[in-house]
Design a protein around this ligand. Structure first.
Ligand code: HEM
Length: 497
């Protein structure tokens, strides 16, 4: 009995200490008892984005506390504080809300922690080597062409234009790219429907519902709900698809092992390798601890999730920026003509380096519409940054969208101005003032992959089409749904060049 009393006393003391320390940090809006600030959000993703990342940082500063029921989130949008957090080896654990993804992604790189994450990160890093990324250029080109051919058909004959929501077109294109490059499998999302693709779209919707409806956050309620039962079925579809692909690739890998490994190193020689082949090769290399089939599956599922929604968001918001800033679109067009002339040849590695103005436009679009608007970290032991002590048990929300709209760093933050990223203009900027791919040891492993893909898809698109904003269509509303998604899509007019 005495152990129970001591346990209760210890928990109460801890809770008291936590509440004293947390109150010493700058506070956000006044929380209500039990629900905290949860009612302010009213479950609307667009409203949450504006409130959390723009209005409250303006009213309460670059660090403030916000309460969701019993949980306290320390919200941060200053580059100096973000640098201390993201560089720290003590703050590598993800926040509480990431747990919704774990039945799907397991201990893949995004979610794993501690020694397991370190080992996986070390094993996976060579798979994103530039030589391997270069071997994906033809996939990026081919799928971009398919996208453009589809749009061309939608435009019809002669001088007609198409007015359409581009989001699903881009989503299918990036999905084809990530399937082909990760698994070496063509799901042809751009031309037909498949159970795997349907399940992938649907599971992300259900996971977002769990964020919006607090009762679905509770596992027992979720798993007996309609969404929870569907979630189970979707997981079976998703996992059995990736498991089968791994099985088949393993068989062919074992037959042709000699072609994959050269002096103990994985070499992308001859035919293109999918990321999956490289993971199979890691396992076969006796110098490494290796990855089991289950480990590989978790990583491939993670690539499918992280490598698809994010790039879709980036490309769609970029095209929207082009449509709403015709003078920038014309500058891009001029650069494309300088680099490619009249030719319709595919984009090469050299072209990617030459498209410097396009790169500024992409960066500025990713500043205004950060594809991953926020990330989270869990504080396992008290953490001191500057004058602040963040107590163990709290979660930190790193407001990437808020950072990129911080008027101290970006005067007139809602103006689309690609020239902000010209080399002489960024000189002297704080290195953590622009971090769409996060930074530090847990930054995005797919950053270079994503930038190459985005540049090839949008340059191919803009070589064939001009986009404009339809005069009568409502402005797309960005919202926080894991990635920055437009509520009701992005409708654009697409003209043939
Ligand atoms: C525009 C595209 C992308 C953006 C903006 C983006 C952004 C990010 C961000 C902000 C993180 C940190 C997440 C966190 O700390 O919670 C991250 C992590 C990650 N990303 Fe990306 N990402 C993009 C594309 C990709 C692609 C194409 C892949 C793979 C094919 C990828 C794979 C990953 C993985 C595996 C992690 C976890 C890394 C780790 O924890 O060690 N991402 N990404």
């Amino acid at each position: 009995m005495s152990w129970l009393v001591s346990l209760i006393v210890r928990s109460l003391l801890n809770a008291y200490r936590f509440s004293v320390l947390i109150r010493q940090l700058p506070q956000g809006p006044q929380p209500l008892p039990i629900v905290g600030n949860a009612l302010s959000f009213q479950g609307k993703y667009d409203y949450i984005l504006r409130l959390l990342q723009v209005d409250w940082p303006r009213d309460y500063g670059e660090i403030y506390c916000v309460y969701m029921g019993p949980m306290c989130y320390v919200s941060i949008s200053s580059p100096e504080l973000l640098e201390s957090i993201l560089k720290s080896q003590k703050l590598l654990d993800k926040g509480e809300t990431y747990r919704f993804f774990s039945p799907w992604l397991g201990d893949g790189l995004l979610l794993s922690t501690g020694a397991k994450w370190k080992m996986r990160r070390r094993l996976l890093t060579p798979a994103f080597h530039f030589q391997i990324l270069n071997s994906f250029i033809d996939v990026f080109n081919n799928e971009s062409q398919i996208l453009c051919d589809l749009l061309d058909k939608r435009i019809g004959n002669g001088d007609e234009i198409a007015e359409l929501n581009i989001y699903p077109f881009i989503a299918n294109c990036t999905l084809d790219i990530v399937c082909e490059t990760s698994m070496g499998v063509s799901v042809k999302a751009q031309s037909r429907s498949s159970d795997y693709v349907t399940a992938l779209y649907r599971i992300i919707q259900i996971l977002m519902e769990r964020f919006a409806k607090p009762w679905l956050a509770i596992n027992v309620i979720f798993y007996i709900s309609k969404q929870g039962r569907e979630h189970r079925r979707l997981l079976t579809t998703l996992h059995s698809f990736t498991r089968n692909v791994i099985k088949q690739r393993r068989q062919s890998f074992e037959k042709n092992q000699a072609q994959f490994i050269d002096d103990g190193e994985i070499k992308p020689k001859g035919n293109r390798r999918a990321l999956l082949d490289l993971l199979l090769a890691v396992e076969a290399d006796e110098n490494n601890a290796g990855l089991s089939d289950q480990d590989i599956q978790e990583e491939i599922d993670t690539f499918m999730f992280e490598g698809h929604d994010t790039t879709t968001s980036a490309i769609c918001w970029f095209l929207y920026c082009m449509a709403t800033n015709p003078e920038c679109q014309e500058n891009v067009w001029t650069e494309l003509r300088d680099v490619f002339g009249e030719s319709d040849r595919p984009c090469s590695q050299q072209d990617l380096s030459d498209l410097t103005y396009l790169e500024c436009c992409i960066k500025e679009a990713m500043r205004m519409y950060s594809p991953v608007p926020h990330i989270e970290r869990h504080v396992k032991e008290d953490f001191k940054i500057g004058d602040y002590l963040i107590p163990s048990g709290s979660d930190i929300i790193l407001l990437l969208y808020g950072l990129h709209h911080n008027p101290r760093l970006y005067p007139n933050p809602c103006k689309y101005d690609p020239e902000r990223f010209l080399p002489d203009r960024i000189e002297g900027h704080h290195p953590y003032s622009y971090i769409p791919f996060s930074a530090g040891p847990r930054n995005c492993i797919g950053q270079r992959f994503a930038l190459m893909e985005i540049k090839i898809v949008v340059s191919t698109f803009l070589r064939r089409f001009r986009v404009a904003s339809p005069p009568t269509a409502a402005e797309p509303i960005p919202s926080m749904q894991g990635v920055l998604k437009p509520i009701n899509g992005i409708t654009l007019q697409v003209y043939r060049r």
